[in-house]
Design a protein around this ligand. Structure first.
Ligand code: G6P
Length: 613
C-alpha cells in the first residue's frame, strides 16, 4: 500500500514523478504529494487529499522546475486522508523531507520521546515521527544523514520503504526498505526509484530490486547500496521484461475491462512453453527440480490472501483429486499469528499476484524458519515473494492494474492446475488417459474464454437489470464453490453491493432466510457430478421466489427453465470449469459497477497491493 516514486538526474523531475504516481495509484489513492528540490536547495512540497488528478490540478502554475524529487500516493493507515497527513513530510528544522510506504509499529513510543525533546507534529502519521526521529538522531549524534537513518532504522519495528532527501544535498536521495518494495531504475546519468517497475520502464530496462534491510544512496551518476551494518553491497542489475503497452489501457474504458478481455492471451501465455498436449507433457522447471519432494509431500499448505486465496481453494480440490495429497488452504494473515504445525515433508505453496502482500510474505518467512519448503505462485516478476521462495512458477499474466484481480486469478488457476497435473503424473496418481484428456482441456481454455467474452453484452444486460439490488447471494458446489466466493468478492469490491458466497448445500443452514423476491441468487451451475443437486437448490430458491441468475453449461436445458436469467459457457471438465465460470462473474461485477457510476479501477478504500498487515 502506498506508492512511491523518486527521480534524480538532468530531466525535470515533476512529470516523471506524476506519471509514475498515476501508475502506482492502484496502491492507494487517499492523497498524493511531491517534494521537488532544485540544485540550489530550493524545496517545494505540494500535497493534496484525493487522487493524483487533484494534485495535478493543484500544482498548475506552481514552481515545478526541479531536477530531483520524490512523490507519494497514499493508502491511509495512521491518520485520516487529508492534506496534512499526505506525504511528503517535512522535519521540524525544515531540512529533511520524507515519503514512506509501510507502518512504523512503535511510532507512539518514539513520538512520546520526541515530544519530551520539544518536537511537535503537524500530522497524525507514523512517517512524520520517523522523520523527526532521524533528524533528532542526526543532531544529537552530530553524524551524517546516512548514519542517522541507520541508527533510527535499528530502533523502529514494522515495515517501511522510505525515500529521504536533504536540502543541503540537492541531488541525493537516500532510500531504505524492509517489507515494502523498492525498485531502482538505472539510466545514463540519472536514477529512478519506485514501488514497482511501472513508473520506470519507459526510461530504462535496467533495474535493481532493493532487499530488506538495505539502504541506497542515490545520485544522478552513482548508486551505492549498503546494509544496515554499513557494509557496501554490489547491486544486482536485472533486465526488465515488460513493455509499456502492458500498463496502458489500450482503448478500453477501464483497466479492469482490458484485463478481463486479455484473459485468452494471458492464459495462453501462462500455458505457452509449458503445456504440450500433443506430446503429453508439462514442462515447469520449478516443479521438475523438486519433483521428488513435491510428489512425496505428506501435506501441502497453500497460503494466500483475497482473490489469491480463492484460487488456492480451487487448487485444494484439484490437487487433492489429482495427486491424492492432503491440502490445507490458509489465510496468510491467520497462519502467521498462530504457532502453525509444519512437519517434515510438508510443502508450502504461496499464491500472490503482487508478490508483496505483507501477510503472505511474513507467513512464508515463518514457515521457512520452521524448515518448510516454499513454492511461490506469483505474477509480478522479481517481487519479494518470488525472491524468498525456494522455487516457483510465474503466472505470466502481465501487469495487473485494476484493483480487482481478474487475469491474475485465472493465471493462478492455470498454474496451480498444471502443478497438480504434473505432480499427479509423476506420482502415478492419475491415468495416462485422464492426464492427456486434461492437457487437451487446459489447452482449449483460451479459446473457450474468448467465446465467453464474445457474449459479454448478455452479462451487461443482466448487470443493468439487477444493479439496484442491495444484496446478492452466490452459490456453487465443488470446485465452483470458491468461484461463488470470488464472484461475491468481485461484486462487493466493484459495485459496493453486499454479496455472500456459499457452498450451495450450506444455503439451507442460514442464507435461505434472506431469500425473498428481491434477492438475486447467482448459481454457478455448470455440468458436473453434482449438477442434479444444484438444480434442486435452484428449485428451493425458486419456491421462495428468489431471483435466479445461473451460469450454466451450453446445452443444459433444465437450468434455464428455473432461471430468471442465465449465461451459458462452453462445456469443460469439472476441474477446469472454474477458469471459465469466473469470467461471466467478473463481467457481472464490472458492468454493475460501471452502471452504478463507480470508478471500478479505484474502488473506495481498497488498494491492490496490501503491504501493511
Ligand atoms: C488485495 C487486492 C486483491 C488481492 C489481495 C491479495 O486485497 O485488492 O485483488 O487478491 O490483495 O493480493 P496478492 O497480490 O497477494 O494476490
Amino acid at each position: 500500500m502506498c506508492g512511491i516514486v523518486g527521480y534524480t538526474g538532468p530531466r525535470q523531475a515533476y512529470p516523471i514523478i506524476i506519471k509514475g504516481l498515476r501508475r502506482l495509484e492502484y496502491r492507494g489513492y487517499d492523497s498524493s504529494g511531491v517534494a521537488l528540490l532544485d540544485n540550489k536547495g530550493g524545496l517545494n512540497i505540494y500535497k493534496k487529499k484525493g487522487k493524483v488528478a487533484e494534485l495535478e490540478d493543484y500544482t498548475i502554475g506552481k514552481d515545478l522546475g526541479a531536477q530531483m524529487g520524490i512523490g507519494h500516493t497514499r493508502w491511509a493507515t495512521h491518520g485520516e486522508p487529508s492534506d496534512n497527513n499526505a506525504h511528503p513530510h517535512l522535519s521540524l528544522n525544515g531540512r529533511l523531507t520524507m515519503i514512506h510506504n509501510g507502518i512504523i509499529e512503535n511510532y507512539a513510543q518514539i513520538k512520546q520521546e520526541l515530544l519530551t525533546k520539544g518536537y511537535s507534529f503537524t500530522s497524525d502519521t507514523d512517517t512524520e515521527v520517523l522523520l523527526n526521529f532521524i533528524e533528532y538522531i542526526q543532531n544529537s549524534n552530530n553524524c551524517n544523514l546516512e548514519e542517522a537513518l541507520r541508527i533510527a532504522l535499528k530502533r523502529v519495528t514494522g515495515a517501511y520503504c522510505i525515500l529521504l532527501i536533504d536540502k543541503e544535498n540537492p541531488q541525493t536521495i537516500i532510500a531504505a526498505r524492509k517489507g515494502s518494495p523498492l525498485v531502482i531504475g538505472i539510466g545514463k546519468g540519472e536514477h529512478f526509484l519506485a514501488s514497482d517497475a511501472s513508473p520506470i520502464i519507459e526510461y530504462t530496462k535496467e533495474v535493481v530490486y532493493v532487499n530488506d534491510y538495505e539502504l541506497a544512496i542515490i545520485n544522478p551518476d552513482e548508486l551505492i547500496l549498503k546494509n544496515l551494518g554499513n557494509e557496501t553491497i554490489t547491486p544486482y542489475i536485472t533486465k526488465l521484461d515488460m513493455e509499456l503497452a502492458a500498463i496502458e489501457k489500450g482503448g478500453y474504458d477501464h483497466f479492469m475491462l482490458k484485463e478481463i478481455f486479455e484473459q485468452p492471451s494471458t492464459i495462453f501465455d501462462c500455458l505457452r512453453g509449458r503445456l504440450d498436449a500433443e506430446k503429453g507433457s508439462i514442462i515447469m522447471s520449478g516443479v521438475q527440480e523438486h519433483i521428488d519432494q513435491l510428489k512425496n509431500a505428506q501435506r501441502i499448505i497453500i497460503l494466500a490472501c483475497g482473490t489469491s486465496w480463492h484460487a488456492a481453494l480451487v487448487a485444494e480440490y484439484v490437487i487433492e483429486e489429482l495427486c491424492r495429497i492432503p491440502v490445507e488452504v490458509e489465510y496468510a494473515s491467520e497462519f502467521r499469528y498462530r504457532n502453525p504445525i509444519i512437519n517434515k515433508g510438508d510443502i508450502i505453496i504461496a499464491v500472490s499476484q503482487s508478490g508483496e502482500t505483507a501477510d503472505t510474505l511474513v507467513a512464508i518467512e515463518k514457515a521457512k524458519e520452521k524448515g518448510a519448503f516454499i513454492f511461490g505462485v506469483v505474477n509480478v516478476v522479481g517481487s519479494s515473494i518470488a525472491r524468498i521462495s525456494h522455487a516457483g512458477a510465474y503466472t505470466h499474466a502481465g501487469p495487473e492494474i485494476g484493483v480487482a484481480s481478474t487475469k491474475a486469478f485465472t493465471g493462478q488457476l492455470a498454474v496451480l492446475f498444471m502443478i497438480g497435473l504434473k505432480i499427479a503424473y509423476d506420482k502415478g496418481s492419475i491415468t495416462e488417459d485422464r492426464f492427456r484428456k486434461l492437457l487437451v482441456e487446459l489447452q482449449d481454455v483460451p479459446e473457450k474464454v474468448e467465446a465467453i467474452l464474445k457474449n459479454a453484452n448478455e452479462i451487461k444486460k443482466i448487470a443493468d437489470k439487477y444493479k439496484n439490488a442491495t444484496d446478492f447471494l452466490f452459490l456453487g458446489r465443488g470446485c465452483n464453490f470458491p468461484i461463488a466466493l470470488e464472484g461475491a468478492l468481485k461484486l462487493k469490491e466493484i459495485s459496493y453491493i453486499h454479496a455472500e458466497g456459499y457452498p450451495a448445500a450450506e444455503m439451507k443452514h442460514g442464507p435461505i432466510a434472506l431469500v425473498d423476491e428481491e434477492l438475486p441468487v447467482v448459481f454457478i451451475a455448470t455440468k458436473d457430478p453434482f449438477h442434479e443437486k444444484i438444480v434442486s437448490n435452484m428449485q428451493e430458491i425458486k419456491a421462495r421466489k428468489g431471483k435466479i441468475i445461473s451460469i450454466i453449461t451450453e446445452g443444459d436445458l433444465v437450468s434455464p427453465s428455473l432461471s430468471d436469467d442465465f449465461f451459458a459457457i462452453p462445456a469443460a471438465d469439472e476441474l477446469i470449469a472454474p477458469i471459465l465460470s469466473i469470467i461471466p462473474l467478473q463481467l457481472l461485477s464490472y458492468y454493475t459497477g460501471v452502471a452504478k457510476g463507480i470508478d471500478v479501477d479505484k474502488p473506495r478504500n481498497l488498494a491492490k497491493s496490501v503491504t501493511v498487515e
